[in-house]
Design a protein around this ligand. Structure first.
Ligand code: PBG
Length: 305
Protein backbone atom coordinates (compact mmCIF):
# COMPACT_ATOMS: atom_id res chain seq x y z
CA UNK A 1 0.00 0.00 0.00
CA UNK A 2 3.06 2.25 0.02
CA UNK A 3 2.43 5.27 -2.20
CA UNK A 4 5.92 6.43 -3.05
CA UNK A 5 9.30 4.84 -3.64
CA UNK A 6 12.78 6.05 -4.45
CA UNK A 7 13.98 4.22 -7.52
CA UNK A 8 17.65 3.97 -8.39
CA UNK A 9 16.78 5.10 -11.92
CA UNK A 10 15.69 8.44 -10.56
CA UNK A 11 18.96 9.20 -8.73
CA UNK A 12 21.70 11.37 -10.20
CA UNK A 13 25.14 11.38 -8.57
CA UNK A 14 27.08 14.67 -8.71
CA UNK A 15 30.79 14.11 -9.34
CA UNK A 16 33.76 16.47 -9.14
CA UNK A 17 36.62 16.02 -11.57
CA UNK A 18 39.94 17.84 -11.27
CA UNK A 19 42.52 18.68 -13.89
CA UNK A 20 45.53 18.55 -11.51
CA UNK A 21 45.98 15.23 -9.73
CA UNK A 22 47.25 17.12 -6.65
CA UNK A 23 43.69 18.50 -6.28
CA UNK A 24 42.09 15.05 -6.08
CA UNK A 25 41.04 13.50 -2.78
CA UNK A 26 38.47 13.83 0.01
CA UNK A 27 36.45 17.00 0.59
CA UNK A 28 36.63 17.72 4.31
CA UNK A 29 33.22 19.38 4.57
CA UNK A 30 31.53 16.51 2.69
CA UNK A 31 32.61 13.25 4.35
CA UNK A 32 32.47 10.38 1.87
CA UNK A 33 32.69 12.61 -1.22
CA UNK A 34 35.88 13.14 -3.15
CA UNK A 35 37.34 14.91 -6.11
CA UNK A 36 38.48 12.58 -8.84
CA UNK A 37 41.08 12.67 -11.58
CA UNK A 38 39.86 11.63 -15.04
CA UNK A 39 41.03 8.09 -14.32
CA UNK A 40 39.34 8.10 -10.93
CA UNK A 41 36.04 9.34 -12.31
CA UNK A 42 35.94 6.61 -14.94
CA UNK A 43 36.41 4.04 -12.21
CA UNK A 44 33.71 5.70 -10.09
CA UNK A 45 31.27 5.65 -13.04
CA UNK A 46 31.96 1.97 -13.53
CA UNK A 47 31.09 1.31 -9.88
CA UNK A 48 27.96 3.46 -10.08
CA UNK A 49 26.73 1.63 -13.17
CA UNK A 50 27.23 -1.70 -11.43
CA UNK A 51 25.23 -0.45 -8.49
CA UNK A 52 22.36 0.67 -10.72
CA UNK A 53 23.03 4.42 -10.80
CA UNK A 54 23.04 5.45 -14.44
CA UNK A 55 23.24 9.23 -14.37
CA UNK A 56 25.93 11.61 -13.18
CA UNK A 57 26.16 15.39 -12.99
CA UNK A 58 29.71 16.54 -13.72
CA UNK A 59 31.51 19.52 -12.18
CA UNK A 60 35.01 20.37 -13.37
CA UNK A 61 37.81 22.02 -11.42
CA UNK A 62 40.36 23.39 -13.90
CA UNK A 63 44.08 23.90 -13.33
CA UNK A 64 43.86 27.50 -14.52
CA UNK A 65 41.31 30.26 -13.84
CA UNK A 66 40.96 33.71 -15.39
CA UNK A 67 38.45 36.54 -15.66
CA UNK A 68 36.66 35.08 -18.67
CA UNK A 69 36.64 31.36 -17.76
CA UNK A 70 38.65 30.43 -20.85
CA UNK A 71 39.55 26.99 -19.51
CA UNK A 72 35.83 26.17 -19.66
CA UNK A 73 35.49 26.33 -23.44
CA UNK A 74 38.82 24.65 -24.13
CA UNK A 75 37.96 21.57 -26.27
CA UNK A 76 40.57 19.78 -24.21
CA UNK A 77 39.28 21.12 -20.89
CA UNK A 78 38.56 18.98 -17.88
CA UNK A 79 34.84 18.34 -18.53
CA UNK A 80 35.48 17.62 -22.19
CA UNK A 81 38.26 15.13 -21.37
CA UNK A 82 36.34 13.43 -18.56
CA UNK A 83 33.27 13.10 -20.80
CA UNK A 84 35.21 11.44 -23.59
CA UNK A 85 36.89 9.04 -21.15
CA UNK A 86 33.61 8.04 -19.47
CA UNK A 87 31.84 7.57 -22.81
CA UNK A 88 34.54 5.18 -23.99
CA UNK A 89 34.78 3.15 -20.78
CA UNK A 90 31.20 3.20 -19.42
CA UNK A 91 28.88 4.15 -22.29
CA UNK A 92 25.75 3.25 -20.33
CA UNK A 93 26.27 6.24 -18.03
CA UNK A 94 24.16 9.31 -18.87
CA UNK A 95 26.34 12.38 -18.53
CA UNK A 96 24.81 15.68 -17.55
CA UNK A 97 27.39 18.47 -17.53
CA UNK A 98 26.76 21.33 -15.15
CA UNK A 99 27.32 24.47 -17.18
CA UNK A 100 28.56 27.45 -15.22
CA UNK A 101 31.62 29.66 -15.00
CA UNK A 102 32.18 30.03 -11.27
CA UNK A 103 34.66 27.14 -11.08
CA UNK A 104 36.62 28.65 -13.99
CA UNK A 105 36.77 32.36 -13.12
CA UNK A 106 39.41 33.84 -10.84
CA UNK A 107 36.75 36.09 -9.25
CA UNK A 108 34.44 33.12 -8.58
CA UNK A 109 31.30 34.63 -10.12
CA UNK A 110 29.11 32.70 -12.54
CA UNK A 111 29.62 35.20 -15.35
CA UNK A 112 31.67 37.95 -16.94
CA UNK A 113 32.13 41.02 -14.76
CA UNK A 114 31.55 44.40 -16.42
CA UNK A 115 33.39 47.65 -15.69
CA UNK A 116 30.99 48.43 -12.83
CA UNK A 117 31.65 45.15 -11.05
CA UNK A 118 28.31 43.62 -12.09
CA UNK A 119 27.73 40.34 -13.88
CA UNK A 120 27.06 41.05 -17.55
CA UNK A 121 24.09 38.82 -18.42
CA UNK A 122 24.33 38.81 -22.21
CA UNK A 123 28.10 38.46 -22.45
CA UNK A 124 27.83 35.54 -20.05
CA UNK A 125 25.13 33.86 -22.13
CA UNK A 126 27.39 34.06 -25.21
CA UNK A 127 30.19 32.46 -23.21
CA UNK A 128 27.91 29.68 -21.96
CA UNK A 129 26.86 28.90 -25.53
CA UNK A 130 30.48 28.67 -26.65
CA UNK A 131 31.30 26.28 -23.79
CA UNK A 132 28.15 24.17 -24.27
CA UNK A 133 29.10 23.43 -27.88
CA UNK A 134 32.43 22.00 -26.73
CA UNK A 135 30.63 19.87 -24.12
CA UNK A 136 28.22 18.60 -26.77
CA UNK A 137 31.07 17.81 -29.09
CA UNK A 138 32.75 15.81 -26.33
CA UNK A 139 29.58 13.72 -26.04
CA UNK A 140 27.52 14.86 -23.04
CA UNK A 141 23.91 13.67 -23.04
CA UNK A 142 22.56 16.74 -21.32
CA UNK A 143 23.61 20.19 -20.22
CA UNK A 144 22.59 21.73 -16.92
CA UNK A 145 22.97 25.50 -17.18
CA UNK A 146 23.28 26.72 -13.58
CA UNK A 147 24.44 30.30 -14.04
CA UNK A 148 20.91 31.73 -13.72
CA UNK A 149 21.39 34.17 -16.62
CA UNK A 150 18.22 35.39 -18.31
CA UNK A 151 17.66 33.84 -21.73
CA UNK A 152 20.33 31.17 -21.30
CA UNK A 153 18.07 28.21 -22.06
CA UNK A 154 16.79 29.67 -25.32
CA UNK A 155 20.28 30.65 -26.47
CA UNK A 156 21.61 27.18 -25.66
CA UNK A 157 18.74 25.37 -27.34
CA UNK A 158 19.04 27.29 -30.58
CA UNK A 159 22.83 27.02 -30.73
CA UNK A 160 22.76 23.27 -29.99
CA UNK A 161 20.09 22.72 -32.65
CA UNK A 162 21.94 24.85 -35.19
CA UNK A 163 25.00 22.64 -34.70
CA UNK A 164 22.99 19.43 -35.01
CA UNK A 165 23.16 18.65 -31.32
CA UNK A 166 19.39 18.42 -31.14
CA UNK A 167 19.68 15.21 -29.11
CA UNK A 168 21.49 16.96 -26.27
CA UNK A 169 18.92 17.68 -23.57
CA UNK A 170 18.74 20.72 -21.32
CA UNK A 171 18.18 20.33 -17.61
CA UNK A 172 17.50 23.88 -16.50
CA UNK A 173 18.33 25.05 -13.00
CA UNK A 174 15.09 27.01 -13.17
CA UNK A 175 14.42 27.84 -9.56
CA UNK A 176 17.83 28.21 -8.03
CA UNK A 177 17.83 30.10 -4.76
CA UNK A 178 20.63 32.24 -3.34
CA UNK A 179 21.17 29.71 -0.57
CA UNK A 180 23.46 29.22 2.42
CA UNK A 181 23.20 25.47 1.76
CA UNK A 182 25.79 25.63 -1.05
CA UNK A 183 28.60 26.24 1.48
CA UNK A 184 30.34 22.84 1.29
CA UNK A 185 30.06 22.79 -2.53
CA UNK A 186 32.02 26.00 -2.72
CA UNK A 187 34.90 24.28 -0.95
CA UNK A 188 34.54 21.24 -3.21
CA UNK A 189 34.41 23.23 -6.44
CA UNK A 190 36.54 26.22 -5.38
CA UNK A 191 33.74 28.46 -6.54
CA UNK A 192 33.39 31.08 -3.82
CA UNK A 193 32.76 34.61 -5.10
CA UNK A 194 35.76 36.79 -4.21
CA UNK A 195 33.49 39.83 -3.76
CA UNK A 196 29.75 40.34 -3.38
CA UNK A 197 27.32 37.43 -3.58
CA UNK A 198 25.01 35.78 -6.08
CA UNK A 199 21.81 37.54 -5.09
CA UNK A 200 21.67 39.53 -8.36
CA UNK A 201 21.23 36.32 -10.35
CA UNK A 202 19.94 33.69 -7.91
CA UNK A 203 16.50 33.79 -6.31
CA UNK A 204 15.35 35.27 -3.01
CA UNK A 205 14.50 32.41 -0.61
CA UNK A 206 11.36 34.31 0.42
CA UNK A 207 9.84 34.07 -3.08
CA UNK A 208 7.63 31.22 -4.22
CA UNK A 209 5.52 32.64 -7.07
CA UNK A 210 8.68 33.88 -8.75
CA UNK A 211 9.89 30.26 -8.96
CA UNK A 212 6.85 29.36 -11.03
CA UNK A 213 7.55 32.27 -13.37
CA UNK A 214 11.16 31.17 -13.77
CA UNK A 215 10.08 27.60 -14.49
CA UNK A 216 7.46 28.71 -17.04
CA UNK A 217 10.08 30.82 -18.83
CA UNK A 218 12.56 27.96 -19.01
CA UNK A 219 9.92 25.60 -20.41
CA UNK A 220 9.00 28.20 -23.01
CA UNK A 221 12.70 28.60 -23.87
CA UNK A 222 13.03 24.86 -24.50
CA UNK A 223 14.07 23.19 -21.24
CA UNK A 224 13.51 19.41 -21.24
CA UNK A 225 13.79 19.07 -17.47
CA UNK A 226 13.33 21.82 -14.89
CA UNK A 227 15.07 21.78 -11.55
CA UNK A 228 14.45 23.18 -8.11
CA UNK A 229 17.45 23.79 -5.88
CA UNK A 230 18.07 23.36 -2.94
CA UNK A 231 15.71 20.53 -2.02
CA UNK A 232 14.70 20.17 1.62
CA UNK A 233 13.95 23.84 2.38
CA UNK A 234 12.02 24.13 -0.94
CA UNK A 235 9.73 21.09 -0.99
CA UNK A 236 6.76 23.45 -1.31
CA UNK A 237 8.22 24.70 -4.58
CA UNK A 238 8.67 21.15 -5.87
CA UNK A 239 5.02 20.44 -5.06
CA UNK A 240 3.83 23.66 -6.68
CA UNK A 241 5.90 22.92 -9.79
CA UNK A 242 4.44 19.40 -9.98
CA UNK A 243 0.90 20.76 -9.72
CA UNK A 244 1.46 23.42 -12.37
CA UNK A 245 3.66 21.85 -15.04
CA UNK A 246 3.78 18.61 -17.03
CA UNK A 247 7.51 18.46 -17.70
CA UNK A 248 10.00 16.25 -15.84
CA UNK A 249 11.03 17.84 -12.55
CA UNK A 250 14.38 17.35 -10.85
CA UNK A 251 15.32 18.44 -7.36
CA UNK A 252 18.88 19.12 -6.19
CA UNK A 253 19.58 17.81 -2.71
CA UNK A 254 22.57 20.13 -2.31
CA UNK A 255 25.89 19.91 -0.50
CA UNK A 256 24.71 21.60 2.72
CA UNK A 257 21.83 19.16 3.03
CA UNK A 258 24.29 16.30 2.63
CA UNK A 259 26.79 17.72 5.12
CA UNK A 260 24.24 18.54 7.82
CA UNK A 261 22.94 14.98 7.79
CA UNK A 262 26.44 13.52 7.70
CA UNK A 263 27.51 15.68 10.64
CA UNK A 264 24.49 14.74 12.74
CA UNK A 265 24.90 11.06 11.86
CA UNK A 266 28.63 11.17 12.75
CA UNK A 267 27.69 12.63 16.14
CA UNK A 268 25.17 9.89 16.77
CA UNK A 269 22.34 12.45 16.82
CA UNK A 270 20.47 10.91 13.89
CA UNK A 271 20.01 7.32 12.84
CA UNK A 272 21.84 7.41 9.51
CA UNK A 273 20.13 5.14 7.03
CA UNK A 274 16.63 5.96 8.21
CA UNK A 275 17.25 9.71 8.03
CA UNK A 276 18.66 9.47 4.50
CA UNK A 277 15.81 7.28 3.26
CA UNK A 278 13.21 9.56 4.83
CA UNK A 279 14.75 12.61 3.23
CA UNK A 280 14.98 11.03 -0.23
CA UNK A 281 11.40 9.79 -0.22
CA UNK A 282 10.23 13.28 0.74
CA UNK A 283 11.41 14.51 -2.66
CA UNK A 284 9.42 11.81 -4.45
CA UNK A 285 6.36 12.58 -2.31
CA UNK A 286 6.68 16.28 -3.15
CA UNK A 287 6.54 15.39 -6.85
CA UNK A 288 10.12 15.19 -8.12
CA UNK A 289 10.85 12.74 -10.95
CA UNK A 290 14.57 12.71 -10.33
CA UNK A 291 16.84 13.56 -7.43
CA UNK A 292 20.36 14.87 -7.70
CA UNK A 293 21.98 13.73 -4.48
CA UNK A 294 25.43 13.08 -3.02
CA UNK A 295 23.79 10.11 -1.27
CA UNK A 296 23.05 8.30 -4.56
CA UNK A 297 25.96 5.86 -4.38
CA UNK A 298 25.54 4.92 -0.74
CA UNK A 299 21.78 4.60 -1.22
CA UNK A 300 22.41 2.18 -4.08
CA UNK A 301 24.90 0.23 -1.98
CA UNK A 302 22.24 -0.27 0.67
CA UNK A 303 19.55 -1.19 -1.83
CA UNK A 304 21.45 -3.41 -4.22
CA UNK A 305 19.44 -4.77 -7.12
C1 PBG B 1 27.41 26.78 -9.60
C2 PBG B 1 26.74 25.78 -8.75
C3 PBG B 1 26.59 25.79 -7.35
C4 PBG B 1 26.00 24.56 -7.02
C5 PBG B 1 25.78 23.88 -8.20
N1 PBG B 1 26.22 24.65 -9.26
C6 PBG B 1 27.04 26.75 -6.35
C7 PBG B 1 26.55 28.13 -6.32
O1 PBG B 1 25.63 28.52 -7.05
O2 PBG B 1 27.10 28.88 -5.54
C8 PBG B 1 25.70 24.08 -5.63
C9 PBG B 1 25.59 22.62 -5.48
C10 PBG B 1 25.65 22.13 -4.07
O3 PBG B 1 25.68 22.89 -3.09
O4 PBG B 1 25.68 20.91 -3.91
N2 PBG B 1 26.68 27.80 -10.08
Amino acid sequence: MREHRVSLDSLIQPLFVVERSADAGPISSMPGIERFTVEGIVDECRQLAQLGIHSVLLFGIPARKDAIASSNYDPDGIIQRATRAIKVAVPEITIIADLCNCEYTDHGHCGIIDEHGNVDNDATVALLVKTALTYAQAGVDAIGPSAMMDGQVEALRSALDAHKYNRVAIMAYSAKYASAFYGPFREAAEATPQFGDRSSYQMDPANAREALREIALDIEEGADIVMIKPGLPYLDIVRAARDNFDVPIAVYNVSGEYSMLKAAIANGWLEGDRAVDEMLVSFVRAGADSIITYFAKEYAQRHEV
